[in-house]
Design a binder for this molecule. Structure first.
Ligand code: TXA
Ligand code: MG
Length: 320
C-alpha cells in the first residue's frame, strides 16, 4: 500500500503519532533532511526501519527527542556534554554518549554499542510530532541504504513510498545536509561525521576535536569508515574544469566551462549554506541515464564546505 500522505496540521500530527505508537514507520521533516521515524523503544519498529532502508545492521541509528531535558533519562551527560547540548540543541548536532543502564532505547537502534546517539531537531513539525508521540524516535535519513538523503517529501516517496505507513510533507529542508555527529563518550571529543554545524564552531567551545582512527578493524563507530555511502547511479568527477563528453555539471560560484550537457547550480554566489541546502536535490536531478557522468566544480573546504565535500567524496568513491 502506498504511504499515507500527511500534512502538518494538528490532526495529521495526531494520526502520525498514533501510527508511530503502534510500531509503524512515518517519515517526517527535520531542518537537516527527512527522517524515517520509528519508536526507538520498540525493537520491532527499529528492525522495520533497517528492513525498509535495506541498511547494514552495523550502522546505528540516531534517536530524536522533543526536548534536550529528556537526554538525561537516556544517556550519561558530563558537564562538557551538558554545555554542548545547552548551546546547540535544538539544532543539527547529534551527540554520541554513554548509554544509561536503564535506557529504554532498543539495543538494535544502537547496533549493540554501549553508546546512544541523540539529537533534538530544530523544526516545528518534528518537534510537534516528537511531543505527540512522547517517546524518542529512531530516525535515519529516509532513503534506501547507500543512497542520497531526501530533502523533500517527494524524494521520500520515490525511495520508500511503498515500504512505510505515512509521510509528513513539511516542505523542503532548511539545511539540506545531515547533522554533525560528535562522539562525547570518551575522554577526547571525536568528529564522526561533518554536518550542519561546522566543526570549527564546536572546536571553539570544546578545543581540539579528533577524527576517527582510519582503517581500524571491527565495527565502524561512524559512517566515516563506509567509503561509499551516498551514491548516485552515475559516476561523479570532483574538482572538474572542462567537460568530458555527455557530462552534466554541478556548478558552484564561478562561471562554468562551456559544453556541459546540463547544469544544476549549488550556489551562484559561492554561498556554502545555499549549496548544502541544494546538494542532494541537485545530485538527484542530474542522476539520469542520458548523461555519462556528473562533474562537480571545486568547492572550498571551510565551514559547511567540509561536509559538502565529504558527501561528494563518498558519492564519488568506488562502489563495492
Ligand atoms: O540529520 C540527521 O542526522 C538525520 C536526521 C533525520 O536527523 N539523520 C541521519 O541519520 O542522518 P543516519 O542514520 O542516516 O545517520 C546517523 C549516523 C550513522 O551513520 C551512524 O553511523 C551514526 O550516526 N551513529 C548513530 N549512532 C551511533 C553511535 N552510537 N555511535 C557512533 N555513531 C553513531
Ligand atoms: Mg543516512
Amino acid at each position: 500500500m502506498p504511504a499515507l500522505a500527511l500534512a502538518t496540521g494538528a490532526d495529521d500530527i495526531a494520526e502520525a503519532a498514533r501510527l508511530l505508537r503502534r510500531g509503524e514507520l512515518v517519515a517526517f521533516p527535520t531542518e537537516t533532511v527527512y527522517g524515517l521515524g520509528g519508536d526507538a523503544t520498540n525493537g520491532r519498529a527499529v528492525a522495520a526501519i533497517f528492513a525498509a532502508k535495506g541498511r547494514p545492521r552495523f550502522n546505528p541509528l540516531i534517536s530524536h527527542l522533543a526536548e534536550a531535558a529528556a537526554a538525561a533519562e537516556l544517556a550519561e551527560l558530563d558537564s562538557r556534554a551538558r554545555d554542548i547540548a545547552a548551546r546547540f540543541w535544538p539544532g543539527p548536532l547529534t551527540l554520541v554518549l554513554p548509554r544509561r543502564k536503564d535506557c529504554p532505547i532498543a539495543l538494535l537502534a544502537g547496533a549493540g554499542l554501549d553508546t546512544v546517539a541523540l539529537r533534538v531537531p530544530d523544526h516545528p513539525v518534528a518537534h510537534a510530532l516528537l511531543a505527540a508521540v512522547g517517546r524518542p524516535l529512531a530516525a535515519p535519513s529516509a532513503n534506501r541504504s547507500g543512497r542520497i538523503s531526501p530533502t523533500s517529501a517527494a524524494h521520500v516517496r520515490a525511495e520508500l513510498g511503498d515500504r512505510i505507513a505515512a509521510i509528513i510533507d513539511g516542505g523542503a529542508c532548511r539545511i539540506g545536509l545531515e547533522s554533525t555527529v560528535l562522539d562525547l563518550s570518551g575522554e577526547r571529543p571525536i568528529l564522526l561525521r561533518p554536518g550542519g554545524i561546522p566543526v570549527e564552531t564546536l572546536a571553539a567551545v570544546l578545543g581540539p576535536i579528533d577524527r576517527p582512527p582510519r582503517g581500524a578493524g571491527g565495527a565502524p563507530r561512524g559512517p566515516g569508515m563506509l567509503a561509499s555511502h551516498y551514491a548516485p547511479a552515475l559516476p561523479l568527477r570532483l574538482k572538474a574544469g572542462k567537460p568530458r563528453p555527455g557530462e552534466a555539471l554541478l556548478a558552484f560560484g564561478a562561471a562554468p566551462a562551456p559544453g556541459y550537457a546540463e547544469i544544476e547550480w549549488l550556489s551562484r554566489t559561492s554561498d556554502l549554506a545555499e549549496a548544502a541546502a541544494n546538494l542532494f536535490a541537485a545530485l538527484r536531478a542530474l542522476d539520469r541515464p542520458e548523461f555519462s557522468g556528473i562533474a562537480v566544480m571545486p568547492i572550498p573546504e571551510d565551514g559547511l564546505g567540509a561536509a559538502i565535500n565529504d558527501r561528494l567524496r563518498r558519492a564519488a568513491a568506488p562502489r563495492g
